[in-house]
Design a protein around this ligand. Structure first.
Ligand code: NFS
Length: 663
């Protein structure tokens, strides 16, 4: 009998996938099976930057001997491919940030009447960082206008450096200065990176990659950080909230509207509008009991973090959500929206609504968003979903299981939890790391991917890391993967964390996996790492901390930009899957060994999840050794107990926790 291979580690997702197979519906999982990656392009050996090619630099001694028609070597081609990904990823996060800055400006100038500054404290914090006058009777909107304008300078400045440079520890900045990678502004770095990869410009792989790091730093310390800060200012800095995660969040007797994509502004307004009595009455007039709002991907993370709106999951769940037959409308903005959803929606009653002037889709209804009339547009979208409710057909794979989730951790709240409003700090966490109660910290981030049993690598690593007393901070679809597995609860610490980590989680009152938000909120990790460096007792720069970044199922160019800004900031980063530059030994060496020497950070690609775990722990332990911290000893703290009994282990394996790679 043919062995059935799981396509998703989530039971809910797997059920829908199997239902879809029986119905003859094609999803990304089927396409991933049929469409094998081109082995030349997959490893970075294909150059199509001009039309003399595409040139494929292959062969046993390709590293030394292969040449493109212009004479480009394999390391040059691989490095160019890599930095193009960085530029594309940076442009995505940062263009999102640009819109946030324009929204803040519109609010400050009284032109976006549906929004107010919700978090004045955060506004003042940012104003303080930027050296903008605040308090003493200065109107809040004046401060907000100056903040917006100053942050907008980070996009087009020609000379100088980004505003937030000084938020990084001094030693980290010195490394950037030494290697010439302090970013001037976002647009300039993206343009220069693309220029350098044009035919006949920059040919030195190391130099190309340094340019890429400069661009990536503009993504992390400008684009993404700006987005996080302005979103907090406008909509509130997250505090822990309770919610749910699963494809089972949709309700049979209510209008189900999904917000999907990355930008929070319209979604925030939709959160307001679905609560309006007239809207609820309108939904009831169509036979529904109410309106149920859910999220997907990072727009979901934004409204989950601030309002506890449930999430249906990450990237690979989007078609599956429609296949429940319960989604009346899905409103999308930008990024990570599969073109496939329009086709899938056409087989159900679901309406797909595009809202960004930058992103349209055949088969979708376009209702263009404009922050100047946000509520009017949000009401149109909600009404469209309500009007579509009576068109629901019986067809669909209804799922009912769902998991509780605690989300909403920010740097500010984590500090608060470690000492209250006036004495918030990272002292308790730093002390716990120094003592070996907490072995280290891992940022578990990045996409979920249909080329592996989707979300399975996140689950496996999350479980194994906390068992090994490693505290996890998670973002993006990494968080969604943990949430839809039921891992984002404090009980996880009690049931599965190593004894030291469990003690610390109980003392501080945090779960062992902290959901920090969307992918742009990886910038929160930079802020936290800088604060931990300033707190003392560990490393005095980000580099050298017992900390690692892992993106086991990455697929987006944005993930590459994130991985590179962490590497340049001093964090060893491990990505899953085949290396997109694996064809070149030289480029691989630069990104691992050379970057580590210069920045104490690196970027590895490792398809085997057990090796990812081993490498992460090795980095953490060697950082502990270099810092002369107490040697980590498993089980030294807390009461001796069996960390995971056989039943728990079987449960994880059944859920795809120990996945086989490839399908
Ligand atoms: Ni990040 Fe968030 Fe998810 Fe990957 Fe896409 S939604 S921005 S890119 S797929 S984690």
């Amino acid at each position: 009998m043919e062995k059935k291979i799981r396509k998703s580690a989530s039971d809910a997702a797997q059920k829908i996938i199997e239902w879809g197979e029986a119905e003859g519906l094609q999803t990304c999982f089927d396409r991933a099976q049929k469409l094998k990656p081109c082995p030349i392009g997959e490893t970075g050996a294909c150059c199509k930057n001009c039309h003399m090619g595409p040139c494929r630099l292959v062969g046993a001694d390709a590293e030394e001997k292969a040449r493109g028609i212009c004479g480009a070597t394999l390391p040059t081609v691989a490095a160019r491919n890599m930095v193009r990904m960085i530029a594309a990823g940076t442009s995505a996060h940062s263009d999102h940030a640009r819109d946030m800055a324009f929204t803040l400006l519109a609010v400050a100038e009284g032109e976006a009447k549906d929004f107010q500054i919700k978090d004045v404290r955060k506004l003042y914090k940012v104003a303080g960082i930027l050296g903008i006058e605040f308090g003493n009777g200065r109107p809040v909107n004046d401060v907000a206008r100056d903040v917006a304008k100053m942050l907008l300078d980070d996009f087009g400045r020609q000379k100088g450096f980004i505003n937030y440079l000084n938020r990084a520890p001094g030693k980290t900045q010195e490394r950037w200065k030494k290697w010439g990678i302090i970013p001037r502004s976002i647009d300039r770095e993206v343009v220069e990176t693309l220029h350098r990869t044009n035919v006949g410009v920059d040919h030195d792989p190391d130099h190309l990659l340094l340019g890429g790091l400069r661009c990536a730093l503009a993504d992390g310390w400008a684009g993404s950080m700006i987005s996080t800060d302005i979103t907090d200012i406008l909509f509130g800095t997250p505090k822990p909230v309770k919610s749910e995660a699963s494809l089972g969040i949709f309700k049979e007797d209510e209008v189900n509207l999904v917000v999907h994509g990355h930008e929070p502004t319209l979604a925030e307004t939709i959160v307001d509008v679905v609560g309006e009595p007239e809207m609820i009455a309108y939904a009831k007039s169509k036979g529904a009991k109410g309106i149920n709002l859910g999220g997907m991907c990072c727009t979901a993370n934004e409204v989950l973090m601030r309002h506890g709106i449930p999430t249906a999951g990450g990237f690979t769940n989007q078609e599956l959500g429609i296949m429940t037959g319960l989604v009346d409308a899905i409103s999308v903005d930008v990024q990570c929206i599969m073109p496939a959803i329009a086709e899938m929606a056409s087989k159900f009653h679901t309406k797909v609504i595009t809202t960004s002037p930058k992103a349209m889709m055949k088969g979708a209804v376009h209702i263009e968003y404009d922050e100047h009339k946000s509520k009017e547009i949000a009401r149109k979208i909600v009404k469209l979903a309500i009007d579509n409710y009576p068109n629901r057909k019986a067809k669909g794979s209804h799922i009912t299981d769902k998991f509780p989730v605690i989300a909403g951790f920010s740097d500010e709240y984590i500090q608060y939890m470690q000492g209250g409003r006036w004495r918030g700090s990272y002292r308790p966490l730093n002390d716990a790391i120094m003592a070996g109660r907490v072995r280290g910290v891992v940022g578990l981030a990045g996409c979920d991917n249909p080329r592996v049993p989707s979300t399975g690598l996140h689950r496996y690593l999350a479980m194994e890391l906390i068992r090994n007393d490693v505290l996890i901070v998670s973002t993006g679809c990494g968080s969604a993967a943990c949430g839809t597995a039921g891992y984002l609860t404090p009980e996880m610490a009690l049931e599965n964390a190593g004894p030291g980590l469990r003690e610390v989680c109980e003392a501080i009152g945090i779960p062992p996996i902290l959901h920090l938000g969307a992918c742009v909120d990886n910038s929160r990790i930079l802020t936290i790492a800088s604060a931990m460096a300033a707190e003392g007792g560990l490393s005095d720069e980000i580099g050298g901390m017992p900390a690692v970044g892992i993106a086991p199922e990455w697929m987006s160019e944005k993930a590459i930009a994130i991985g590179c800004y962490f590497a340049a900031s001093g964090v060893p980063v491990i990505f899953g899957g085949e290396s997109p530059v694996g064809a070149s030994k030289e480029v691989t060496k630069i990104m691992t060994e050379v970057w580590f020497e210069r920045f104490k950070g690196s970027l590895h690609f490792e398809p085997d999840p057990e090796k990812i775990l081993a490498l992460a722990l090795q980095y953490i332990d060697s950082a502990r050794g270099a810092l002369k911290l107490r040697k980590y000893e498993p089980g030294r703290f807390g009461t001796e107990r069996v960390l995971m009994d056989m039943a728990a282990r079987r449960e994880i394996e059944r859920a795809g926790g120990k996945p086989h790679i490839g399908i």
